[in-house]
Design a protein around this ligand. Sequence first.
Ligand code: GLC
Length: 422
Amino acid sequence: MPRYLTRLAAAAGLLLSTGVGAWAVEISISCSALGKEYEVCKEGVDAWAQKTGNTVKIVSTPNSATERLALYQQLLAAGAGDIDVFQIDVVWTGILGEHFQDLTPKTQGVLEQHLPAMVDISRVDSKIVAMPWFADAGLLYYRQDLLEKYNRKVPQTWAELTETARIIQEGERKAGNNDFWGYVWQGRAYEGLTTNALEWIASNNGGTIVNATGEVTIENPNAAEALKTAAGWVGTITPEGVLNYTEEESRGVFQAGNAAFMRNWPYAWALAQGDDSTIKGKVGVAPLPKGGADGRHAGTLGGQLLAVSKYSKNAEAATDLVMYLTNRDEQKRRAVKGSFNPTILTLYEDADVTKASPFIGNLRDVFANAVTRPSGVTGDNYNKVSTEFFNAVHQVLSKRSEPEQALQRLDRDLKRIKRNGW
Ligand code: GLC
């Protein structure tokens, strides 16, 4: 064989063995960037790029889930192929599902490994339109050191939380920290407020806005009572600024050492325990409080999925990236590094995962009691339902409306949406 051919054959062999081929493509993926999320996503996609010889571009997205949805709706409605892989919220499959590839054939033998609730959420009309990536549930973060200092227990009911938060706040302010608050959470008028308010209401036996058969159930005294309690926190144990907080603003206050309690998702754990955190080693995690003695612990089920756009020009490579990022090894790495809660069940018993997030074993109960938002039953109307709900709640929190009136109006508005079809 002439020398140049031998060289060519050797080069081709090398390319094949490293997986780099002439078919290498560029895939773009939208990752959210809460806390460490961008960094952890980048490490995952870089590893896939290295393995396959493809390149990946990350498009970062707004922190507010509501703004992110609006961006995706715009891109997808235009049939834009700019983003191949979308990180989507568990409540968006009904809204966006028609724009995604059917992944069902690729998921045979894989789905059984995942939390059933997350698999249910990934399906639209029996098609898998996205792969489960990580599961979220609302959690109560508390300052263990301060509970000890003030000789208080982890609160089991919202009334106990209110009292303990007030005691610690008064004590810390007397001791000189005027910026100290009892309880921080997410109160901006966006999807995050829907998740918080659903927890207050469901934990107080006030239902889930719309029930499993599609009836609007929100106008009830237990729901009104729950909203009244929450409105009472604003300006007392919670800063007024909470009315504009998303996850990251509340984490900012808590992680700076300026709050006794915080409601947030699991991702906040890895950051609170980070080397640069002022509260490292001082934090505990528990289920959110119950509405009262006969209420229940109710964390909202959240989480994120990965979907492949129908308009992708490289759907095969994009699907391969999705399957890689959602596989066991990558979910484990993300759980250890960023406390992103796996959707693969066996990881809840994995020693490295439980070492990194010691509370993760208890999360099984939190998930068993988790409340789901009515996204399945309201389908592509979910965003309208949620928007009416968070706006009504925001009015109550900002004292522009009494809970009863707000819920009465909300009931009327939701029934109007329902009449147009769900
Ligand atoms: C988290 C959850 C998601 C929820 C959002 C609200 O990203 O994973 O399900 O809708 O927070 O802010």
